[in-house]
Design a protein around this ligand. Structure first.
Ligand SMILES: [Zn+2]
Length: 293
């Protein structure tokens, strides 16, 4: 997870350029929904402005950073569910020592057409995992509270790394090799948010994510070594560029790459150890069985 900062004014400007008139229609839909106290409008005009979010997020899922492919592989995600809210975690046994909010039959219907409630996400994160859930620490807000007010009052447990009204995951997470964990020394509320976000999106157990992060680790390692050992200025420059391309926000799995790059500089022996551990884990998951080392 990595942060995509943008002001609401700038986002609205980009939406207006992408689809002139969309904001006016959205405002009308919103007012109708507020007056009707339900999702009176359900048409998915949010798809019309999906490219704005895709561009801002460099074609990566807002939650898991997996690259988003063609238009069918991603959704415009409503951070706060628009039609109903179901309880999470499901299954009865409490995972946590704190409550995560109850169910609501009509959801955050007044935010269905609010771009501050949108981001682009992969089908795994949105359709398979998030669905109608929206765990919170405090009390559930009601219409017509704004996103900003709700963020303050409800204390949402899932990080939302988009926009100036969102969260910077670098304040919450650090990576140990291919695994993400809450940063040490976090205050209690931040620690809860980090834990829930990792569990909710299964950021440490989705095999495709672990595999993709391993590739990033390998790239960083190889190029840091090349930068240190090569006597060719051109090779060093190329290695430098490749490292940079893997730690900028546009790169998939940026935070993982950054953590590993930092470790390569501060404790290279540990970095190599983590890389080897990751390989062992991936082999255990069935990777590199066909023709791998
Ligand atoms: Zn995702």
């Amino acid at each position: 997870m990595v942060y995509y900062p943008v002001s609401d004014a700038k986002l609205y400007e980009e939406i207006e350029t992408e689809k002139p008139g969309w904001l006016i229609t959205a405002r009308q839909r919103r007012d109708d929904n507020v007056n009707g106290q339900a999702l009176v409008w359900k048409d998915s005009i949010w798809s019309d402005i999906k490219p704005v979010f895709m561009r801002r997020q460099a074609d990566k899922c807002v939650y898991c950073e997996f690259p988003l492919g063609g238009r069918s592989t991603q959704d415009v995600e409503h951070y706060r569910p628009k039609s109903r809210i179901s309880v999470w975690p499901t299954g009865g046994t409490a995972l946590y020592e704190f409550t995560t909010g109850g169910a609501v039959s009509n959801g955050y219907y007044w935010l269905a057409y609010d771009p501050m409630n949108y981001a682009a996400s992969c089908k795994d994160c949105n359709s398979a995992l998030k669905r109608d859930a929206f765990p919170i620490l405090s009390n559930r807000g009601a219409a017509p509270l704004t996103v900003l007010k709700l963020n303050q009052d409800e204390k949402p447990l899932l990080l939302f790394p988009f926009g100036d009204w969102g969260d910077d995951p670098a304040e919450y997470f650090v990576f140990d090799g291919i695994f993400v964990r809450p940063k040490s020394g976090l205050e209690m509320e931040k620690q809860k948010r980090a834990r829930v976000t990792i569990d909710f999106f299964r950021l440490n157990s989705r095999h495709n994510l672990l595999r993709a992060r391993y590739t990033v680790l390998g790239l960083i390692w190889a190029n840091v070594e090349l930068r240190q050992t090569s006597t060719s200025a051109a090779t060093v420059a190329r290695a430098e560029r490749t490292i940079l391309q893997n730690i900028i926000p546009e790169a998939p799995h940026t935070l993982c790459a950054r953590s590993f790059h930092e470790l390569m500089k501060s404790n290279p022996a540990r970095a190599v150890e983590l890389h080897e551990e990751a390989l062992t884990i991936l082999k255990g998951l069935g990777y590199f069985k066909i023709a791998g080392p």
